[in-house]
Ligand binder design. Structure first.
Ligand code: HEM
Length: 225
């Protein structure tokens, strides 16, 4: 009985939005930690490479990758389902109901689909360039490890790569600023009294993440190549 109730909740619009919120939160957390880790580039190649080596040599990385992949696939599939059902509902609504409110919801879901799709393309190119990109080796304190620092400098020495990252990271910021606000709503935590606070929190989070990520390609391109 309970399983049936849970299943019908998860297949309802409210349930799907809730799961989108949770999966979005998982990625928002990862993105923040990834941005913080990336800042270690300013501490030099040895610190940067040792940090990446420690992360990737623990078995926990496989658990993290499994959770991230599952969350991403769920997030994308639900986004497509919700957009399609939104569109179908709009098609069956009489003219008088498509006033400003429903139009703006539709507009934001359309723009979310746009930058969301761009971010998916970004993620694929990003993983191909870094995770599965050129493999260099270095030795730090006697330990042989991947020289990711060299790869980062190599990638961000190319103007087109830097430009692509600038565009993608600004889109990431826009997606996060809207997405993080929606997470609170989807989890039922948004009220009239905390609406303004949530808005400024999500903007602050998005700006910090975007500027943190942007610092790396800009710094490498201007100072290290
Ligand atoms: C300037 C921006 C960024 C830089 C320099 C950067 C750098 C890197 C590097 C060097 C790796 C390889 C780590 C390894 O294999 O040990 C990596 C992996 C990864 N990055 Fe980024 N990243 C950036 C932005 C992003 C963004 C915005 C996202 C997500 C939206 C992202 C998602 C990932 C994911 C999912 C992995 C694979 C993690 C794993 O499975 O080990 N990155 N990144």
């Amino acid at each position: 009985m309970m399983v049936y109730g849970l299943r019908s909740y998860l297949s309802s619009t409210v349930g799907k939005k809730f799961v989108m919120g949770v999966t979005g939160l998982i990625w928002a957390g990862f993105v923040f930690l990834h941005m913080l880790g990336n800042l270690l580039i300013f501490a030099g190649p040895e610190v940067y490479n040792s940090y990446a080596h420690q992360l990737t040599s623990s078995g926990l990385i496989y658990v993290a990758e499994f959770i991230l992949l599952g969350a991403l696939l769920t997030h994308v599939i639900l986004a497509i389902q919700l957009t399609l059902s939104n569109r179908a509902a709009r098609g069956s609504q009489p003219y008088a109901c498509t006033a400003r409110g429903s139009k703006s919801v539709l507009l934001s879901s359309r723009t979310m689909m746009f930058h969301g799709s761009m971010l998916l393309v970004f993620l694929i190119t990003h993983l191909m360039g870094f995770k599965f990109g050129n493999y260099y080796e270095t030795t730090v304190n006697g330990v042989v490890m991947r020289d990711l620092h060299r790869l980062v400098v190599e990638v961000f020495s190319q103007p087109l790569a830097v430009l692509w990252y600038l565009v993608a990271l600004v889109l990431l910021g826009v997606h996060l600023s809207h997405g993080v606000g929606s997470i609170f709503q989807s989890l039922g935590l948004k009220t009239l009294s905390n609406e303004a606070l949530i808005k400024s929190l999500s903007w602050t989070y998005a700006i910090v993440v975007t500027l943190g990520f942007l610092s790396q390609p800009i710094y490498v391109f201007l100072m290290m190549r």
